[in-house]
Design a protein around this ligand. Structure first.
Ligand code: SF4
Length: 368
């Protein structure tokens, strides 16, 4: 595989990125670091460089600083239980809600159908658990608009209107050669992204879309449409932040359902989660003696990655893990066991909280 292909961002396929800084030049994504000191209350993804890029995030910084109106939209494709990828976007949306954003959370059931062949009835069932999860994680439903794509006519209407100004050549240039169903689902996503600016929700306003970088094609496509329909709807081009993609537990470039040992869901049996972490790819040395002498390599370690991305909240503790690993103060067996304990405590707590939100989730989604 050549370098050019590796830099390809594909929201529906496998995106492998070796060098994130290359995306600045290739796609015009701006480095996030320069904005960090200007953000009133940066979250841990921002502070740790996990969010590495953005488009037009300055508008959101201004809105946050001046306490002006802005919106956040994110969502989930209901293809299964929450995992560390969906946990990330859920935490990002909750962060922006806590910073005062009008909040929109979309269940992408049309995309689940077009991309994964999941029937709407099945999506509904999966979505109930997903929404209960996001509520259990802290999303305030009283201050959020949570909806299913297939039931939101404003999104479908936007998609239909936008379609008039999209040629096959344009959409192919962004997404490559795909079936029309996926192109249709891209138009629907554009409708989602601009929904917070619909007149029913108070019209144009800065809107932030926090996503994994593999979703950037949707942002480029929608920003182009927002520009084309600026005169008609007054749209403000949506802003975005991009987080890095977490590597698979087995050392593969990305956690993926195609490879069950590369990821775990937040609702699989504790023994299965523990087994996957025990078998995870690390930056350890072949022997304990060598590791004590040479130290480990946290930069390539999937156990370090899941701690850094999700399970250690205190920055100082992350720094300590890094230096303990580098100096050989800690070895992989002990480190994995600590990680298993933290993760299992987290999932147990989430499981208990989620049960309390199942009825609320049904009510929000209007599912029997
Ligand atoms: S000690 Fe921990 S962080 Fe370091 S390589 Fe081993 S598992 Fe990874």
């Amino acid at each position: 595989m050549g370098k050019e292909e590796k830099a390809r961002l594909d929201p529906w396929g496998i995106t492998e990125i070796e060098d994130y800084s290359r995306l600045y030049k290739d796609f015009g994504i701006k480095p996030f670091k320069q904005l960090l000191s200007k953000i009133p209350n940066p979250n841990m993804f921002m502070r740790r460089g996990i969010i590495f890029g953005h488009r037009d995030f300055e508008k959101i910084v201004e809105a946050m600083k001046n306490k002006e109106e802005f919106a956040v939209l994110s969502g989930i494709k209901p293809t299964g239980e929450f995992h560390l990828g969906t946990l990330m976007t859920a935490r990002e949306i909750i962060y922006f809600q806590n910073q005062g954003a009008k909040t929109f959370y979309c269940v992408a059931d049309i995309e689940a159908y077009e991309d994964n062949n999941i029937p709407f009835e099945k999506s509904e069932k999966i979505a109930v658990g997903n929404i209960a999860d996001v509520l259990a994680l802290g999303l305030d439903p009283k201050k959020a608009y949570i909806y299913m794509q297939s039931k939101e006519m404003r999104v479908r209407n936007f998609a239909m209107i936008f379609a008039r100004k999209v040629t096959l050549a344009t959409i192919k240039a962004i997404y490559g050669e795909r079936n029309i169903g996926l192109y249709f689902s891209a138009l629907i996503q554009a409708g989602d992204i601009l929904l917070p600016q619909h007149e029913d929700f108070g019209g144009p306003k800065p809107t932030i879309i926090p996503v994994g970088v593999d979703q950037d094609p949707h942002l480029r496509f929608t920003r182009d449409l927002a520009q084309k329909f600026k005169r008609k709807f007054g749209f403000i081009l949506p802003s975005s932040t991009y987080h890095k993609l977490i590597k698979g537990l087995d050392g593969s470039p990305k956690m993926s359902k195609r490879n069950p040992m590369s990821y775990f869901t937040l609702h699989e049996p504790p023994a299965s989660i523990a087994k996957k972490i025990s078998n995870a790819f690390t930056g350890g040395r072949p022997t304990v003696k060598e590791q004590r002498e040479l130290g480990g390599i946290p930069e390539v370690c999937s156990v370090y990655a899941i701690n850094m991305f999700h399970f250690i909240e205190d920055d100082k503790e992350v720094a300590k893990l890094y230096s303990d690993c580098k100096s050989g103060n800690i070895i992989c067996g002990e480190c994995k066991q600590k990680t298993i304990d933290i993760v299992l405590k987290f999932v147990k707590n989430l499981e208990e909280k989620r049960k309390k939100y199942i009825d609320k989730a049904r009510e929000i989604l209007q599912v029997e």
